[in-house]
Design a protein around this ligand. Structure first.
Ligand code: FAD
Length: 411
């Protein structure tokens, strides 16, 4: 069995800046926040490389706040595309249900812009900022033992490591979560996402505006926006489906199923799907909020503890916020790691639980069949008092996760 000599320091050897931290999972979350704060961080990722098959990500101002502070403003501005408006439309005739002009207004309201970005571009920026010797690829966590004064982690490749704190940032199927709280299958939400990227020049005839467009229809919705300096258009087609037998981020093909289901939709929606070479299909899972995230010196972060439907585009943003709050709690803490983790959890859990519930409720709202409830929804949308209007997202976007104020955490 191999051991990483550099992989985490024992408590007695901890740096003056705080405890050593092992982060399981090299996704969006925490490692860079922890590292920038001067903590001794090691990342253990099961994949042979960091990065992910292509798709888009909306980085809202609350996430941009954290990423800018981590020094990624230039990287975001280089390839990220700020939307000029949010445009919500009807599925068949394309009628505008709500158009929220954005140019500069999110930055004016919240201090930071919104970016539409290729996931691979964001992950590359995060990976570039992490020294290579902090990241241990091909390390799949299989077991952990909390020894009271430190945590031991074991990996499928035979390696093991020690740290003062272990963070499970290992996604919806989190092994760390299972080891802490027992195995529990995630809940299939009844929704399947087809995600694709289209070279923008193939869609020139459509003269698409640089907006994030969300088309609502019976049993599904469709989103598209530009990424990678407007050279690619990303789309996500969401369909309701009764069952699912497999969960994967990288299952190719099957776009024909989505095209058949969207056959009666507006020509723009169909043209975008027709222009892609390839698409990925993934089933969408979530979990009810956990009552707690931490046991002893081990805690959870991101989809490992609060997976949510992507229907308010906050999953990655919340993982990024988690990282900032966890960092602030660990650096502010004295020697009592348990108290720091408990404070982190008390600060984060109400907010992420509320967002999980909102995302789940959007499944119904966005997919209403035509009829009285859909008409009531559209009338409400027109008032600008629902989601995707600047006023109603304020509580999400204005949040500063580095401020450790329990009174600011919405219940
Ligand atoms: C269709 C779709 C669209 C979305 N759009 C948005 C959006 O616009 N904005 C937004 O904010 N969010 C969005 N999300 C949500 C977002 O993708 C997730 O919330 C986010 O990726 C969660 O990050 P994470 O780091 O917690 O987990 P993950 O991204 O799942 O990363 C977990 C990492 O842990 C690794 N891992 C797993 N098990 C182990 C192990 N045992 N040992 C070591 N490593 C392990 C994995 O390989 C992976 O690299 C969307 C999601 C979907 C499905």
């Amino acid at each position: 069995m191999g051991t990483h000599r550099a992989a985490g320091l024992r408590a007695a050897e901890a740096t003056p800046n705080g405890p050593s931290v092992g982060v399981v999972g090299g996704g969006i979350g925490a490692a860079l926040s922890l590292l920038r704060a001067g903590l001794d961080v090691q990342v253990y990722e099961q994949a042979p490389m960091l990065g992910e098959a292509g798709a888009g990500l909306q980085v809202s101002p609350n996430a941009a706040r954290v990423l800018h502070r981590l020094g990624l403003a230039d990287a975001l501005a280089r390839t990220g595309v700020p939307p000029l408006a949010w445009h919500q439309r009807r599925w068949d005739d394309g009628r505008t249900l709500l158009r929220t002009p954005l140019a500069g207004s999110l930055e004016a309201a919240f201090g930071f812009p919104q970016y539409q970005i290729h996931r691979a571009d964001l992950l590359a920026a995060l990976a570039d900022a992490l020294p290579a010797d902090r990241v241990h690829l091909d390390h799949q966590l299989t077991d952990l033992v909390d020894q009271g004064d430190h945590v031991q982690a074991r990996f499928a490749n035979g390696a093991h490591a020690e740290a003062d704190v272990l963070v499970g940032a290992d996604g919806i199927h989190s092994v760390v979560r299972s080891l802490l709280f027992g195995p529990q299958e995630p809940h299939f939400t009844g929704c399947v996402a087809y995600r694709g990227l289209v070279p923008a020049d193939r869609l020139a005839d459509l003269q698409l505006e640089v907006t994030a467009q969300l088309w609502m229809g019976p049993g599904g919705h469709f989103i598209h926006y530009f990424v990678r300096d407007r050279r690619l258009l990303c789309f996500v087609a969401i369909l309701e489906q009764g069952t699912w037998t497999r969960e994967s981020w990288t299952e190719r093909g099957h776009l024909a199923n989505a095209q058949a289901a969207f056959a009666g939709w507006h020509p723009q929606v169909r043209a975008i799907m027709a222009a892609t070479d390839d698409a990925f299909r993934t089933a969408l899972f979530d979990r009810p909020p956990l009552p707690r995230w931490s046991v002893g010196r081990v805690t959870l972060l991101g989809d490992a503890c609060h997976p949510m439907l992507p229907f308010i585009a906050q999953g990655a943003a919340q993982a990024i916020e988690d990282g900032a709050t966890l960092t602030a709690c660990l650096t502010a803490a004295g020697p009592d790691i348990g108290e720091a983790l408990s404070r982190y959890e008390r600060l984060r859990l109400p907010r992420t639980s509320r967002l999980q519930a909102l995302s789940a409720a959007n499944k119904t709202r966005l997919h209403l069949p035509d009829g009285p409830r859909q008409q009531a929804r559209d009338a409400e949308l027109a008032t600008g008092t629902t989601d995707w209007s600047v006023g109603t997202v304020a509580w999400i976007y204005e949040h500063d996760p580095a401020i450790l104020d329990l009174a600011r955490s919405p219940a």
